[in-house]
Design a binder for this molecule. Structure first.
Ligand code: 5GP
Ligand code: ZN
Length: 125
């Protein structure tokens, strides 16, 4: 798609690639090393992808996890996830999984992680 940023990722920005998916750095990273993994085919969200595309994305998530751990000795965890739909926070409508490295102490109390999509519900009793 002509106007889709993820259909036009420059070759030099690609970190990992397989037959159906690509991995590259997020332009506005939440933490250092924040990476995105996308299907090569333009589909809007996770539930529009085929099982083979999902599998290709997960293969690159594993590869990228390993390359991040080699690159950064201080990574102690990851958040991985995808926003499906505008109401869930999606802003680029070409499916992408976020792989966000986390480091001990990067925020004061990280409990709940992805539950923080509704900030007041992040920490449960
Ligand atoms: P969403 O809000 O759709 O889940 O995430 C979109 C992500 O894409 C954001 O984390 C944003 O920083 C990233 N992003 C937006 N435009 C570009 C771009 O042109 N290139 C790259 N590499 N990342 C982008
Ligand atoms: Zn696209």
């Amino acid at each position: 798609m002509k106007d889709c940023p993820f259909c036009n990722i420059p070759e030099r920005d690609i970190i990992h690639e397989n037959g159906l998916a690509l991995c590259f750095l997020d332009r506005y990273p939440v933490t250092e090393g924040h990476s995105l993994i996308i299907p090569k085919r333009h589909v809007s969200g996770h539930f529009q992808a085929t099982p083979n595309e999902v599998s290709a994305i997960m293969e690159l998530a594993e590869l990228r996890k390993r390359s991040l751990l080699e690159e950064f000795s201080d990574i102690t965890g990851f958040n991985i996830g995808t926003n499906c739909g505008r109401s869930a926070g999606q802003t680029v409508f070409h499916l992408h999984w976020h792989l966000i490295p986390r480091r001990d102490g990067d925020i004061e109390d990280p409990r709940g992680g992805v539950r923080g999509v509704i900030p007041v519900k992040r920490i449960y009793p």
